[in-house]
Write a protein that binds this ligand. Structure first.
Ligand SMILES: C[S@@+](CC[C@H](N)C(=O)[O-])C[C@H]1O[C@@H](n2cnc3c(N)ncnc32)[C@H](O)[C@@H]1O
Length: 273
């Protein structure tokens, strides 16, 4: 996976300059408040990219630790003032447990085999305290089947640099994956012509049943699966879905009740004992 987010990393923020990380952080904050049954000062962020979500979460008062595989993304994060550790979410170990784990903007979709997915999910949950939540977003199968991956062209001009990105998908329906071949044409200030490079990104999409099966394999409850930001029920128009897994607490009920923060949280019941 070392070739992913390599040369592409230096153009990442220009390509996603329109992305509203403040809104995403507030959305994650709302999900944490609704679904976590423990207080959440500390957040582990998987796949932090250039660190913009980390900075937005810090702004909301969270204590954030972030990890990303790509050394060039980590370097980019450093330039923006974010602190991101270089590591692979499939096996990176931190000597600490966190109140919440987040992996946002399709990070889990980059775990394309069952084995890698299992490693990434297990590693996230091994860093999560009981009663805390693991929140991630992925491509949603219903939308991929209905809309079908297609060639897309994106043009941006950012701080004098012109970028044209052609994204050409190659769909493997048997594996529920799409390999996106990105070709970037870049003209920096002062240059007369465009240079180009390409990068292949393999991404996996998930159905609701796949997410249910995944959650059934771990000590978690699937407490939400909804359209990212709008919070609507996902349908064939919903390319990005957000999943919230609650790490089922093992403590006695009285302690759990005293930790509860959100009376209106959905789909999770604690049995009387
Ligand atoms: C689409 S970017 C999202 C970045 C960031 N979360 C954001 O919202 O801008 C996906 C990120 O996941 C990282 N990533 C992919 N696979 C990874 C892995 N196995 N371990 C750690 N990071 C990974 C990539 O390096 C990349 O920065």
């Amino acid at each position: 996976m070392s070739e992913v987010f390599d040369e592409y990393a230096q153009y990442y923020d220009a390509l996603y300059a329109d992305k509203n990380y403040g809104e995403e952080a507030r959305y994650l904050d709302a999900l944490i408040n609704q679904h976590s049954i423990i207080p959440v000062p500390s957040v582990l962020e998987f796949g932090a990219g250039s660190g913009k979500l980390q900075l937005a979460l810090l702004g909301l008062g969270y204590d954030v630790t972030s990890v990303d595989l790509s050394p060039r993304m980590v370097a980019q994060a450093g330039k923006l003032g974010a602190k991101v550790e270089q590591g692979d979410i499939r096996d990176h170990q931190l000597e600490q447990k966190f109140d919440a784990v987040v992996a946002f903007f399709h990070v889990i979709s980059y775990l394309t085999t069952d084995e890698d997915l299992e490693k990434g999910i297990s590693n996230a949950l091994s860093h999560l305290k009981p009663g805390g939540v693991f929140i991630f977003d992925v491509w949603f199968k219903d939308a991929v089947l209905a809309q079908k991956p297609e060639v897309r062209i994106k043009r941006v001009a950012h701080e004098g640099t012109e970028i044209v990105r052609i994204a050409e998908p190659s769909w493997d329906k048997g594996k529920d994956t799409v390999e996106v071949s990105y070709q970037l044409f870049v003209k920096r200030p002062g240059q007369e012509s465009f240079g180009s490079f390409s990068e292949q990104h393999l991404l996996r999409y998930f159905s609701k049943n796949q997410v249910l099966r995944l959650s059934a394999q771990h000590d978690v409850a699937l407490v939400a699966m909804e359209e990212t930001i709008t919070r609507e029920d996902p349908d064939s128009q919903t390319w990005g879905v957000t999943v919230v897994l609650l790490a089922i607490p093992q403590q006695p009920l009285a302690q759990k009740r005293s930790l509860a923060r959100s009376p209106e949280r959905k789909n999770f019941t604690i049995e009387e004992n």
